[in-house]
Design a protein around this ligand. Structure first.
Ligand code: OMD
Ligand code: FE2
Length: 437
């Protein structure tokens, strides 16, 4: 089934799965068409300024109060929430991992979340968590919502289907999607392949939005029309089901007798959406030098302090390298922001080896990093012809808060204990002559 989507970022959309299900001219009719219930889902305070005011009206088979009966606590030991200091290893350093291995037992998306880092404090709606998901089973009659933040999903192995209250999104590697805070959803595998793996940024703070463009102007980078919001879709299913809730870092479950994905029509601007990273139009240095990676920001979640993101989602897409008399890869640097990186496919230009698709690196607040010895050797001597970096897609979750390692991440068997050796060959080159080499 080819799914349908509506283009635009933050638009006020409207969609109905059954003709006439959406009230016109008002939100709350006395008696809705098809016997549906009207319900508002608020993604911002009622009184937020117009530019950031988000809410949607859902017309559904049952009101959400019927989808959450009595909550019982539930254990999800691998999904951690900030602050999570007592659980993390005290080790400090530049870290890198090979991919998290696929699960051996039956594991669905929810039980397949593995938290790598947490940052900030969920109770104050500040910070984020970097997770990996690995799963091999569909959520059939298991549904979830996360009150702690929105989820940015970044598939790496295999495509997934994300069925939300407001419609269905099929998302494959190179695409990302957002499940808003509080929205019911379930995730299943799409297409062939035993297991699915990807990355997740759980954003506790203000919602992701498009970055300002400044002097770049109205076009390029992530263009609003390339964001796709699903049309209304619903399940009319009377069957034993479970709704799992994440709330202030704790998990609860409630048993119900039907699917909570029962929204037949909706309108509003608080919505899930997906985006293909291949549609990002990178802007970069076309004469010399290496700009800051902020020019590759796809989405930014502001923290309230200008230019200081709660979390930025940044990509390193295919692009031409043309800068003259320039060391073209990332420079050596130290950053007050904390950088969690992953690789969706291909190779990353600062690391010749060791950073593989599905792998991760963590360069925390103020910890030095940059190209490995091989990348330095190559980039500082190569003839500077135009070169296309092709077939590559790396990304970064960059946050103003230090990212605290979970015990899972510290003890993961794929942690590379020799990672920092990648810089061991960077010998002293200072030789007292001004010419360089
Ligand atoms: O560390 C990294 O690899 C990410 C990164 C890339 C870049 O081009 C400049 C700065 C930066 O942090
Ligand atoms: Fe960096």
């Amino acid at each position: 089934m080819a799914l349908r989507y509506m283009p635009g970022f933050g638009n006020d959309f409207e969609t109905e799965a059954l003709d006439g299900a959406l009230p016109q001219g008002q939100n709350s009719p006395q008696d809705c068409a098809y016997g549906l219930y009207a319900e508002q889902l608020s993604g911002s305070p009622f009184t937020a300024p117009r530019g950031t005011n988000e809410r949607s009206w859902l017309y559904r088979i049952r009101p959400s109060v019927r989808h959450t009966a009595r909550f019982s606590p539930e254990d999800r030991p691998h999904w951690k929430t900030a602050p999570c200091l007592d659980d993390h290893s005290l080790a400090l350093g530049q870290l890198r991992w090979d991919p998290v291995p696929p699960p051996e037992e039956r594991t669905d998306f929810l039980s397949g979340i593995r938290t790598m880092t947490t940052a900030g404090d969920v109770m104050t709606q500040a910070g984020m968590a970097s997770h990996v998901y690995v799963f091999n089973a569909d959520m059939e009659n298991d549904y979830a919502f996360n009150a702690d933040g929105e989820l940015l999903l970044v598939p790496e192995t295999g495509a997934i289907r994300v069925f939300t209250e407001m419609g269905i999104m099929d998302v494959e590697p190179s695409e990302i999607c957002i499940v808003p805070r509080g929205m019911m959803f379930k995730v299943s595998k799409l297409g062939p392949g035993e297991f699915r793996r990807g990355y997740v940024c759980e954003n506790y703070g203000a919602k992701f939005t498009l970055p300002e463009r400044g002097p770049i102007g109205a076009n390029c980078l992530a263009n609003p029309r390339d964001f796709k919001t699903p049309v209304a879709a619903y399940e009319d299913k009377e069957t034993p089901a479970r709704v799992h809730v994440k709330w202030c870092g704790r998990f609860f479950v409630t048993e119900i007798g039907h699917s909570p994905l029962d929204v037949v029509a909706w309108h509003g601007n608080y919505t899930p959406y997906k985006y293909d990273l291949k549609t990002f139009s990178p802007v970069g240095a076309i004469l010399f030098d290496h700009p800051d990676p902020s020019i590759f920001t796809v989405l930014t979640a502001p923290s309230g302090e200008a230019g200081t993101a709660n979390v930025d989602f940044v990509i390193f897409p295919p692009r031409w390298l043309v800068a003259e008399h320039t060391f073209r890869p990332p420079w050596y640097h130290r950053n007050i922001m904390s950088e969690f990186m992953g690789l969706i496919y291909g190779r990353y230009d600062a690391k010749e080896e060791g950073f593989v698709p599905g792998g991760m690196s963590l360069h925390n607040m103020m910890l030095p990093h940059g190209p490995d010895t091989m990348a330095f050797g190559k980039a500082s001597t190569e003839a500077l012809k135009p070169v296309k970096l092709d077939d590559t897609m790396a990304f970064m979750f960059e946050t103003r808060f230090p990212q605290q390692l979970t015990r899972f991440a510290a003890e993961l068997e794929t942690l590379q204990d020799d990672y920092t050796d990648c810089w061991a060959g960077l010998e002293r080159r200072f030789d007292g002559t001004p010419e360089g080499r």
